[in-house]
Write a protein that binds this ligand. Structure first.
Ligand code: HEM
Length: 368
C-alpha cells in the first residue's frame, strides 16, 4: 500500500499524484473572523494530514483517561495508507474579507468564478472558504481523513458541501484510461507531460512568494441525466463526445491515442468530428493552445425525488489561471452537445498552496 509524503515535496500531493480510486471532497465556511484561528486550523490540519497520509491516527483512539473523548475516531485503524492524499485549498474570501488582513497575500489571479453559460447552481453546493480533497484507494481511508479534519475545524470553520467520488474519471500518465458514468474513457488527452505541468498547472508569477508553485483548483458538481443518456442511440452518443464509446478513438479515425483531426471530412462534406462535439470545443488546438489538468471522479447521491438515478461527475481541474477554465466552460456551456445531458449544479474555486517543508504548515508564510 502506497504512502505519499506530505512534507517537502514542492507541490501538494493529490494534483500530479496518479488518481486513486476514491475521493471525498469537502468545503468549509470560516465561522471565526480571526486570522489567528485560521492559522491554528491550518497548522493543526497540516500535522493531522501528515499523520493520516502515513496510515497513522491523528491522536489517541482510546485516551488514557476513560472519561475523555477520543482524538481519532478510529475507523481507519488497521487499514493501510491506501495511497491517501489530502489536498488543502483556500477560498477567495480569505483574501477579500478585511477581517483576515490577508489582502496583500492574495494569489495574483484569485477571485470568485464568473457566472458561466448553462450554470444551474444550487447555492448550498457552491463556494466555501476552505477545501479538502481526500483521495485514496480505500473509501474508508478517505472518509476517515475528512471526518477527523472536519471535527478539528469545529469552532473555526463549519462544513459547507461535500461530494463522495468513486471510480476515478481521469487518467494519470501510467494508468489505463478509466471511464466516466456515461461509459466513455475520460482523461485520454489529459495533461501528462512535465512541460505541460510547468506551463499550465503550477503558478509562476510575480505574486506573493508563498503562492509560487501552487495551483488554482476549480470544482464543479456536474449532474448527469442518466436515464436520457441511456436512452440515446450509440451513434448520437459518439457524436456528442466526438469519440467512439468502446475504443475511445476519435471519430476522425485511428485508436484511442491518435490525435483527433478536427478538419477530416466525411463523404457528405461534414466534419467527422462535429464542431459542437465535446472534444472539438475543449481541445487545446481550438483554444489557443490552452490545457487544464482534469482530476475528476464519478459520484452518486442515490435516487432523486422522482426515483431517477442521481449521479454525475465531480469535475476537479487544476490550472495556473482560473480564466483558462472559464474560457473553456464559456464555450462548452454555450454550444456543447453534452449540455442536453448534464447540469452544473455545484461550483468552487480554491488556491492550493505548495506543500510545507518539514516542521512547517500549509500557507504558513501567508501569515508573515
Ligand atoms: C475531454 C467527458 C466536462 C474539458 C473529454 C472526453 C470525455 C469527457 C469522455 C474525451 C477523453 C479525454 O480526452 O479525456 C466529460 C464529461 C463531462 C465533462 C462526461 C461532464 C459531465 C468537462 C468540463 C471541462 C472539460 C466542464 C472544462 C471546462 C475537457 C477537455 C478535454 C475533455 C479539455 C480534452 C479534449 C481534447 O484535447 O481532446 N471529456 N467532460 N470537460 N474534456 Fe470533458
Amino acid at each position: 500500500s502506497v504512502a505519499h509524503p506530505f512534507y517537502g515535496t514542492a507541490e501538494q500531493a493529490g494534483i500530479r499524484t496518479e488518481p486513486q480510486r476514491y475521493c471525498v471532497y469537502m468545503t468549509f465556511d470560516l465561522s471565526s473572523p480571526l486570522a489567528s484561528d485560521l492559522q491554528v486550523l491550518l497548522a493543526r490540519w497540516s500535522g493531522a494530514i501528515a499523520q493520516v497520509m502515513q496510515g497513522k491516527t491523528i491522536g489517541q483512539v482510546e485516551p488514557n483517561r476513560t472519561d475523555a473523548v477520543g482524538v481519532d475516531t478510529g475507523e481507519a485503524l488497521g487499514l493501510a495508507p491506501a495511497g491517501l492524499t489530502v489536498t488543502v485549498g483556500l477560498g477567495p474570501r480569505l483574501f477579500t474579507d478585511a477581517s483576515y488582513g490577508l489582502a496583500k497575500q492574495k494569489p495574483t489571479l484569485m477571485r470568485a468564478l464568473a457566472t458561466l453559460p448553462s450554470d444551474a447552481m444550487t447555492p448550498a453546493l457552491t463556494g466555501g472558504d476552505l477545501s479538502l480533497q481526500a483521495c485514496a484507494d480505500d473509501p474508508q481511508v478517505a472518509y476517515h481523513a475528512i471526518r477527523d479534519l472536519a471535527r478539528m475545524a469545529k469552532g473555526t470553520a463549519a462544513t459547507r458541501w461535500t461530494v463522495m467520488g468513486f471510480g476515478r474519471a481521469s487518467a494519470g500518465k501510467d494508468q489505463a484510461t478509466p471511464r466516466n458514468l456515461m461509459g466513455y474513457k475520460d482523461g485520454t488527452r489529459n495533461i501528462k507531460e512535465e512541460t505541460d505541468f510547468d506551463k499550465f498547472v503550477w503558478v509562476k508569477d510575480s505574486g506573493p512568494a508563498w503562492t509560487q508553485g501552487g495551483s488554482y483548483q476549480v470544482v464543479r458538481k456536474i449532474q448527469m441525466n442518466i436515464e436520457n443518456w441511456d436512452a440515446d442511440r450509440i451513434s448520437d452518443q459518439n457524436t456528442v463526445f466526438g469519440r467512439d464509446k468502446q475504443a475511445g478513438a476519435p471519430l476522425s479515425g485511428g485508436t484511442e491515442f491518435t490525435t483527433p483531426n478536427f478538419h477530416a471530412t466525411a463523404s457528405d462534406g461534414s466534419t467527422k468530428i462535429s464542431p459542437t462535439a465535446h472534444i472539438a470545443l475543449a481541445a487545446h488546438e481550438n483554444n489557443g493552445g490552452v490545457k487544464i489538468l482534469r482530476r475528476s471522479y464519478n459520484y452518486t447521491d442515490g435516487l432523486n425525488q422522482y426515483g431517477l438515478l442521481d449521479a454525475g461527475l465531480l469535475f476537479i481541474s487544476y490550472q495556473n489561471d482560473p480564466a483558462h477554465f472559464e474560457a473553456l466552460q464559456t464555450k462548452l456551456g454555450s454550444s456543447d452537445r453534452l449540455n442536453e445531458y448534464i447540469s452544473h449544479i455545484g461550483s468552487g474555486i480554491f488556491f492550493v498552496p505548495p506543500a510545507p517543508a518539514a516542521g512547517h504548515y500549509i500557507a504558513e508564510a501567508m501569515f508573515a
